[in-house]
Design a protein around this ligand. Sequence first.
Ligand SMILES: Nc1nc2c(c(=O)[nH]1)N[C@H]1C(S)=C(S)[C@@H](COP(=O)(O)OP(=O)(O)OC[C@H]3O[C@@H](n4cnc5c(=O)[nH]c(N)nc54)[C@H](O)[C@@H]3O)O[C@H]1N2
Ligand SMILES: Nc1nc2c(c(=O)[nH]1)N[C@H]1C(S)=C(S)[C@@H](COP(=O)(O)OP(=O)(O)OC[C@H]3O[C@@H](n4cnc5c(=O)[nH]c(N)nc54)[C@H](O)[C@@H]3O)O[C@H]1N2
Ligand code: SF4
Ligand SMILES: [Mo]
Length: 710
Amino acid sequence: MSNSIKTLCPYCGVGCGLEVLPSAKQATNCDSQENIVWKVQGDRTHPSSQGMVCVKGATVAESLEKDRLKYPMMRESLNQPFRRVSWDEALNAIVNRIQTVRLNAGSDAICMYGSGQFQTEDYYIAQKLMKGCLGTNNFDANSRLCMSSAVAGYIQSFGSDGPPACYEDLDLTDCAFLIGTNTAECHPIIFNRLRKHHKKNKNVKLIVVDPRRTPTAEVADLHLAIKPGTDIDLLNGIAYLLMHWGYLDRVFIDKYTENFTAYAEVIRSYPPELVSKNCGIHIDELETAARCWGESNRVLSMWSMGVNQSCEGTAKVRTIINLHLMSGQIGKPGSGPFSLTGQPNAMGGREAGGLSHILPGYRFVENPQHRAELEAFWKLPAGRISPIPGRTAWDIITGLEMGEVQFLWIAATNPAVSYPDLERTLAALLRSPFTVYQDAYYPTETAEYAHVLLPAAQWSEKTGTMTNSERMVTLCPAFRKAPEEAKPDWEIFAEVGRRLGFCEQFAFANAAEVFAEFVQLTKGRPCDMSGLSHDILKEGPVQWPCPEGEKINRSTAKRLYTDLQFNTANGKARFAAYHSKGLAEPTDANYPFVLTTGRLYGHWHTLTRTGRIEKTSGMHPHPFVEINPLDAEKLNIREGDWVEVRSRRGKSRFPAKVTTAIAAGTLFVPMHWGALWADAAEANALTHAEACPDSLQPELKACAVQLTRL
Ligand SMILES: Nc1nc2c(c(=O)[nH]1)N[C@H]1C(S)=C(S)[C@@H](COP(=O)(O)OP(=O)(O)OC[C@H]3O[C@@H](n4cnc5c(=O)[nH]c(N)nc54)[C@H](O)[C@@H]3O)O[C@H]1N2
Ligand SMILES: Nc1nc2c(c(=O)[nH]1)N[C@H]1C(S)=C(S)[C@@H](COP(=O)(O)OP(=O)(O)OC[C@H]3O[C@@H](n4cnc5c(=O)[nH]c(N)nc54)[C@H](O)[C@@H]3O)O[C@H]1N2
Ligand code: SF4
Ligand SMILES: [Mo]
């Protein structure tokens, strides 16, 4: 259809192509783009998703108009009501505050907390403002709670970030090893593609490692229901058997890796008897998994938050990569380690420098040459970029507690629901002298903690790019008008930059110019996309690397490291030697259960969109806690009973869902419902307040709790 628009789904990092068109009723006789009802379908021409789409992508258009933040708002203190102000007044207040704080306390008192829901252009301008112009690396993002372990694991093992595999590998693998990922619910289109291959080819094995029997685990050939936090025991146990059975790829190890000896020493401590006991699985299950790794020509491992969100997340990632290195399973079709990215543009964020220790183009804050390159490129004085990594997401909270953070800018994330140790987080946010919150919706839980609210244009209302898990860059054009005074995030950051006096640095007329500048900074870097522009992306998505001067290749899928030359100084990949540490907070007599948290198929994070869509909210109307029947019986809990879950940091109440999908001793709570929705659910007589699991935890994926029937 001629008036259809091609774009990318704004939810998960699978990055499905969407085709958006006015619904038939309204397609005619509509001159203005306002109030058109948009219909969404999968884009058959998108190479990553080939027309497939899940319920979230298919319904996204229904959330775009409801409860939007339309005007800037301000208040002097948190107990006052907001008043509507002009952009000019809001921006002046922000600029004055930044200048005062910079003068009195220095740039280190200024922080920004952004999000994988930013487009790459938003991320890039935020970096230039904070790290370049203001000279503080205090920009972190919700990717810290999400992909940062994968980033660190890749950098340490391969010398650089960047998932090496691509989706074509889902059709080519002999053994898919899914660990700590509920792919069926959280990356459904990847899962569908893998399942098709698995169903069609009887020899293809699917192994799932997850303490829960998730919909992903249901269809696995082997489900290893390990105890939470025992991933490294399992992975080292598999390595032990591979070594014992002689499945090592000696040539690969000698030629392309280093540090194998230290690793071999560590895995000697993981004999099958011990591993099966620690993990709570049978020896023959462990042996089946190891045999699959050893005998398959192409092993593709995939992981997500069950691995990343842990106090030993990086070690878990590196331990997965170790198995690929010892068996030569990387750089060839159908194999490799493959982190499944959570958010739609967490990948773009990594490329643009969107964490407090990195800089655009996969550069590092601590590298003097990288800083000098950026200072010159940005026309800033030498030495402007701080050599010290900035505050991480959690350091921002401790900085608020100590009065060190005096200006906080939060954009495109809802930390008053999604942060760990939530009660402590909320207390810290209450102490913030000045918080700017830039979001698309109102109300949200975090708006309660803001002095200034800035209305953001969101997906569909602004033009920009996003990169998906397989490094495919897609242009997302604006096709609707933003509500009232809402503006794209990058424009807001750029305007503040200009008002602070950095006119030359922020003289962009549109997002295409921002992108054109950003890609220059990727030239010669591992994430080289200097051959891209918005114009080229209008013709269709492109996977990086795509250096300037090379013909744009849209037909062949790209993998990294096919030449087995890694991005380390000597070109070799590095083995890591890690022992298992287990959970940050093990169970004890007072807190005998492990609580784990995660996602449901139809909901997205803190419900700002999916909670407002009839179909998705109807699929999962209220929060719950999953309890194994054995535990339920001991505590006299029946299905639907109200129970209290209490940790050392907080408590929440939920209706019980009694199910064998969760192992005895473990509980599961979905992460989605925050304070705002707990009230709504209470009206339904379904829940009480405080149904957010983050109030309970120091680690996002697990903590020790008590369970009582109310
Ligand atoms: N217990 C527990 N907690 C968790 C997790 C868990 O597994 N368990 N997972 C963690 C992980 S991995 C993540 S990624 C986080 C996610 O947590 P959040 O980032 O807090 O979740 P979202 O609801 O996606 O928040 C995105 C916000 O951005 C707004 N928004 C959307 N588009 C735009 C835009 O273009 N511009 C602006 N300015 N705003 C926009 C939305 O309205 C919404 O308020 O949660 C973390 N917290
Ligand atoms: N429907 C939906 N899809 C989403 C999102 C969403 O909000 N809704 N959010 C997106 C984002 S930002 C992210 S980060 C991804 C997250 O995607 P996933 O990581 O797949 O999702 P989760 O449900 O957070 O956690 C996955 C699994 O980890 C398991 N787990 C817990 N502890 C351990 C452990 O110690 N070891 C192992 N091996 N497993 C463990 C849990 O039982 C759970 O089934 O999803 C993305 N996709
Ligand atoms: S799988 Fe992810 S990217 Fe694809 S339609 Fe669903 S939510 Fe969107
Ligand atoms: Mo995430």
